[in-house]
Design a protein around this ligand. Structure first.
Ligand SMILES: NC(=O)c1ccc[n+]([C@@H]2O[C@H](COP(=O)([O-])OP(=O)(O)OC[C@H]3O[C@@H](n4cnc5c(N)ncnc54)[C@H](OP(=O)(O)O)[C@@H]3O)[C@@H](O)[C@H]2O)c1
Length: 255
């Protein structure tokens, strides 16, 4: 813990920590939190991160496997003590272009992006509510604000997370548990590297992780970045459907 001050968590668990936003956040927490448990499927990447770190500990995991999530959570609590920060960053993104509607793609999106979160909440929420302490951040997306072209599989999972967080927040808050929803715009990660369309205000991943950490420290309910883009996306929610669809046709689809 040299130079940078300690953070207010003893045991953090970052799910989806092998790359992108989760990995960048793990590096920011390293050495400033007693233990940072890092999970994802890529065991080799997690081990490499652990080897180069002060306080990162690898717990490989597929979030779609509810039993494995339960075992992993018990393992972390046994070795590192009660988890007081959970960050849910695991996610998957597939382009959908009509007329092709492949149910398998939609199911994978829902299984990872939505049920993966539910599987982790099922473990973390009861203990936190019992202890009347703890913090959880769910990484959703501005793609959950309104339907976007190509995002017919991804967007609904993120809209569902926004609704899930809104639904749970009051009862968790009443028991001293902080629940945040994180709605990023475009961030430069392996997930967006495959995109062949313009990504306005694409943010470097280290800047995005800093903004995420600042939001967590503030215990903000909604954490968004980059704000110029996310606020514009939020304003689109206020438009009548006909105007919204005209904007999408004119500026996004552009024949
Ligand atoms: N990048 C953006 O512009 C952007 C914008 C808005 C929201 N988001 C959201 O931010 C979060 C992080 O995305 P990212 O951009 O950092 O992408 P990323 O680099 O692809 O990271 C995704 C992470 O999720 C993990 N993951 C995927 N499937 C998993 C599974 N079944 N079980 C456990 N872990 C799994 C991946 O690791 P393994 O492959 O090793 O399992 C990886 O660590 C996602 O929820 C994404 O939807 C991203």
């Amino acid at each position: 813990m040299t130079g940078t001050p300690a953070l207010p968590w003893r045991t953090a668990w970052i799910v989806g920590a092998s790359s992108g936003l989760g990995a960048a956040l793990a590096k920011l927490l390293d050495g400033r939190v007693g233990t940072v448990a890092i999970s994802a499927r890529s065991a080799d990447s997690l081990s490499a991160m652990q080897a180069e770190s002060k306080t990162l500990v690898a717990y490989p995991l597929d979030v779609t496997d509810a039993d494995a999530v339960a075992r992993c959570y018990r393992d972390i609590e046994k070795k590192a003590g009660g988890v007081d920060l959970v960050v849910l960053s695991a996610g998957t993104w597939d382009v959908v272009e009509p007329p092709e509607i492949d149910p398998a793609v939609f199911k994978k999106s829902m299984d990872v992006n939505f049920m993966g979160v539910v599987n982790v909440l099922a473990q973390a929420v009861p203990g936190m509510m019992r202890r009347e302490a703890g913090q959880i951040a769910i990484i959703s997306s501005v793609a959950g604000y309104r339907g976007l072209p190509k995002a017919a599989a991804y967007g609904p999972t993120k809209a569902a997370l926004i609704n899930l967080a809104e639904s749970l927040h009051p009862e968790l808050a009443a028991k001293g548990v902080t629940l945040s929803i994180v709605n990023p715009g475009f961030v430069d990660t392996p997930m967006t590297a495959v995109n062949d369309f313009p990504m306005p205000f694409l943010m470097p991943v280290d800047d995005a992780a800093q903004r995420l950490l600042q939001g967590l420290e503030r215990k903000a309910y909604e954490i968004t970045f980059p704000r110029r883009f996310t606020w514009a996306m939020k304003a689109l929610r206020l438009l009548p459907n006909a105007v919204y669809f005209w904007i999408v046709r004119t500026f996004v689809l552009r024949p």
